[in-house]
Structures are given as C-alpha cells and as structure tokens.
Design a protein around this ligand. Sequence first.
Ligand code: ADE
Length: 242
Amino acid sequence: MKRITMIVAMKQEAAPLIEQLGLTETSDISPILPCKTFAGQYKNLSINLVINGSDPLLGVENVGTQPATLAAHEALRNFAPDLVINAGTCGAFAEKGSKIGDVYIGERIRFFDRRIPLGGNYEAYGHGNYRCESAIELAEQLGLPTSTVCTGNSLDMSPTDEAILREEEIVNKEMEAAAIAWIASHYKTPLVAIKSVTDLMDSEHSTADEFAANLALASKNLQEEVLRLLDLLALQSDTAAA
Ligand code: ADE
C-alpha cells in the first residue's frame, strides 16, 4: 500500500480534508511538540496528516518555516512516506492571471526572503531551489496549473519581497513549502505542494482581510483538488501492483 503523508499548516486548512477522508486523531508525535497527527485509509492509500498545532500562550495557529520544518521532520521520521503532500493556501497576483480559489501545483519551490550575499554558494543556498518532477507530471494528468511556490515568514510583503516575487512567472506566496522541501530532500522523498489562493496581493484590499474572507472557500477548493490527486495516486498504485 502506498504511504502518503500530508503536511498542512493550519487546522482551518486541514478541516475539510480530515472530514472528507474520515481521518482520526492519533498520538504519533511527542506531546511536548505542538504538531497534531491524524490517520486513516483512502482506497489503497495509507494516509497520515500532520498539522502544526497552536501556540500554547497566544492560542493562534503555528505558521511559518519553523513549525513547518519541525512537522516535516517528525512526519518523515515517523511515517516514512512514499510521497509528501504539502497542502495549503497562498497569495498570488491577479496581474499574472490568478483568481481567488484557484488551485496550483508547485513545479518549483524556493525561499523569497533569504538573502545571503556572502559570495560562493550562499546566495543560491538562501534561495533554495527545489524542482518537483513528480508533481509536474501529476499536475499535467490532473489538468491543474503549475506555479513557483515562494516561501517566506511574513504574510505581508516588503517592496524588496515584491520585486523578487514578481520575477517569477506564476507565483504562489506562502509560508511553509520550502522548509518542507528542505527536509524532504534529506529523506529523498518526493513532494507535491498543492496551493489554493486566498488573496490577490495586487488587489486594493489588504492581504489579511482577503485571507480571512476567503480561507474557508480556498480550503474547500483545496480539499476537492487533493481528493482528485489522491484518486489519481490510488489508481497509479493499483496499476503498479497489477
Ligand atoms: N497564505 C495565504 N496567503 C498568503 C500570503 N499572501 N502570504 C503568505 N502566506 C499566505
């Protein structure tokens, strides 16, 4: 049976998936850590799902690259999946053709806010550059558009961030994928980043307002497309076993 691990930052993003797949909460990760785990089976796929959990003092969801790195490491070490899916929400540019609720698959994942002009390979190290070959094939089979998924630790963007983001053809700005890609690369495990747009960063509304207004819709669209992805993976796993 193919083992799939899904890593989702916020409980709001994961809720439709957990419900649709009938996953139940497990205690696979040390209770000292904030991550929460869920498990179940879908068709011929064994599914684990990890969310980052919440901050014990502030009560908000843990977001950004630190919790993502931790969740990814715990997930890869505990579940040894054949494939990692990082499902989440993102910002995008209307000028580049994106709309609220659009769902993309990352063909490349990079950091956009790690600038290390120290010479040698530090600049390239800062950017990171994770090409997702298996994701590109899956996107083609699903008829989903592909993007460059750009990771940083701020929901808003500075003018420098914006200039860097605009260099990419199609951009999904989010806060976790490159950290997960870094861990997945150590474990040599393929990664599919699937991202649903909550906010258009070049609209007249604030990113925070658009994010709050569209989180439920984007999470629902994300769930529908993740399910199509799982259907395809189940079919491929059946064919491989035959
Ligand atoms: N998640 C959803 N929208 C985002 C944005 N604009 N920036 C970072 N993460 C996001």
